[in-house]
Design a protein around this ligand. Structure first.
Ligand code: NAD
Length: 495
């Protein structure tokens, strides 16, 4: 299979070809990506620019109807595309199908909410008449990573299009195929140029960011690339929304019952998608007095629910990591922790006769006794391993949890929800989950995004829709309502 991007005039290519192999099976080619050359990016943005005005002035009801039809097409494609996503990314096939379902559901939810979010806000009183209108930006460039390509694209595509923008999406070359096909199905319901896809590495991303016709950049990825993206935005003074990495703490309060169900939720909160999730629990803080009990319960829960193997096997919950570089990086973090005295406990099991050597597999692990200065505590591991650390009292727990430049997600776990909310208020994060973490705590209506170095702007929720609009204020001061003079001095300050 050979996959290219598409714009208003059809397929776009011209750049180097990239062959993607199945990370679960060395040497098995999934498909070939036909990347876009710089001219191609320019042509796609031209097509988007030409489509812009007509789409922005299309009545909201028609935009919504087209997007709902598109959402149905994406949902209908889930069974067909889930195995492709599983093979290119290594994400278990049930999770891959869930990702397709999420994209369709999110499109539908945005269609439900966009009318209210974008409605004019009018104040008409003794001081005058103010109309706050929400208007689209124009052409949006969306750049997404590989770990959840369709979810992360739909978080941009759905609100951008519903609010009247047009959008060009660049997936990661590490997982480009299923998302391109899903977006193609959506684009079939839209006028040409409204939704386009380009492919490539940094050069293509940079061309999307620095083009003067682009009015906003929506980027999800790591902080290194984010700095390059922001530098590109600075050239044109283009605004950006950045969704970056996290080093999420999960704070377990001393009253939490370590039931099977709670512990299984925590295991998945840390290790779903082999830990390659921005909002995964990446450090677990437990009262020092209950550390041994916690470790025993966590290992037992992992044994029940973590099954490593081929992502196409429906029994598998843990697939490979994305590539060789990820294996090397994660092993480096584990080596550093081990050298500083940590104990590394293997987690879960494999499907019968499964040979980890067939792909880029990393055995899930729990890291016990890591020092605070070890890299596995200080850095986002983005792999199937998580450190558990003891704390003395709540002040110590909050201090350790906040001792990071990241501020994406976090969680507090307690049998007493009120206590959990109180502690949650003290965490420096864009999102604090209570008694869950990661996917179990995701909600279409709850805004998600980072503080500190985890980015700015929000996705999900009404805020995530408003992110793709700007406010246009219209104002008639009361003194100038009528045709006649008001007596107010022409150069008066407002009162
Ligand atoms: P990455 O930053 O390496 O790449 C992200 C995207 O940027 C890819 O499409 C890549 O091709 C593109 N890119 C690379 N160089 C570029 C350049 N110079 N200009 C423009 N685009 C360029 O990230 P990744 O490795 O694909 O993803 C992992 C990171 O993403 C992790 O840090 C993870 O936490 C983060 N992430 C964040 C969220 C969130 O919502 N906050 C969600 C998922 C992943």
């Amino acid at each position: 299979m050979r996959v290219a991007g598409f714009g208003a005039d059809g397929p776009v290519e011209g750049g180097p070809e990239i062959v993607r192999e199945n990370p679960a099976r060395h040497g098995e080619v999934v498909a070939t990506l036909l990347t876009t050359d710089a001219d191609g990016v320019g042509r796609v943005i031209s097509g988007a620019t030409q489509a812009c005005a007509a789409w922005a002035s299309t009545p909201l009801a028609e935009r919504v109807e087209r997007l709902r039809d598109g959402a149905r097409s994406v949902a209908d494609a889930a069974d067909e595309l889930a195995p492709l996503l599983a093979r290119e990314l290594g994400k278990p096939v049930a999770d891959s199908a869930g990702e397709m379902g999420f994209a369709a559901a999110f499109l539908g939810w945005v269609c439900d909410r966009v009318g209210e979010v974008c409605a004019d806000r009018v104040v008409d009183d003794d001081a005058g008449r103010v109309v706050l209108q929400r208007v689209p930006y124009g052409v949006i460039s969306a750049i997404v990573p590989w770990n959840a390509p369709l979810i992360l694209s739909s978080l941009k595509v759905a609100p951008a299009l519903a609010t009247g923008n047009v959008i060009v999406v660049k997936p990661s070359p590490l997982a480009p195929f299923a998302v391109t096909e899903a977006l193609r199905r959506l684009a079939e319901h839209l006028p040409p140029g409204v939704l386009s896809v380009v492919h490539g590495e940094a050069e293509v991303g940079n061309a999307m960011v620095t083009d003067s016709r682009v009015r906003k950049v929506a980027f999800t990825g790591g902080s290194t690339v984010a700095r390059q993206v922001l530098a590109g935005c600075a050239e044109q003074l283009t605004p950006a929304v950045l969704e970056l990495g996290g080093n999420d703490p999960a704070v377990v309060l001393d009253d939490l019952t370590f039931s099977d169900e709670v512990m299984e939720r925590m295991v998945f909160g840390a290790l779903l998608t082999s830990g390659q999730v921005c909002m995964a629990a990446k450090r677990i803080y437990v009262p020092a007095a209950r550390l041994d009990e916690f470790v025993e319960a966590f290992v037992a829960a992992a044994e029940r629910v973590l099954v490593c193997g081929d992502p196409l096997d429906p029994a598998v919950t843990i697939g490979p990591v994305v590539n060789a570089a990820a294996v090397q990086r994660i092993e480096g973090l584990l080596g550093d922790a081990r050298s500083r005295g940590a104990t590394i406990l293997p987690l879960g099991r494999t499907t019968p006769d499964w040979d980890r050597g067939t792909g880029w597999f990393v055995r899930p692990t729990l890291v016990v006794g890591a020092s605070a200065d070890s890299t596995i505590v200080g850095e986002e591991q983005f792999g199937p391993t998580v450190p558990v650390l003891g704390y003395r009292d709540l002040d110590d727990a909050v201090c350790q949890a906040n001792a990071t430049e990241s501020g994406l997600g976090s969680s507090v776990w307690s049998d007493d929800a009120e206590r959990a909310f109180d502690v949650g208020r003290r965490l420096e994060a864009g999102m604090t989950f209570i008694n869950c973490h990661n996917r179990a705590g995701m909600s279409l209506r709850v805004p998600f995004g980072g503080v500190k170095r985890s980015g700015f702007g929000r996705e999900f929720g009404d805020e995530g829709i408003a992110e793709f609009t700007q406010t246009h204020a219209l104002h008639l001061p009361a003194a100038f309502r009528g045709a006649g003079g008001s007596g107010q001095a022409a150069n008066a300050y407002p009162t």
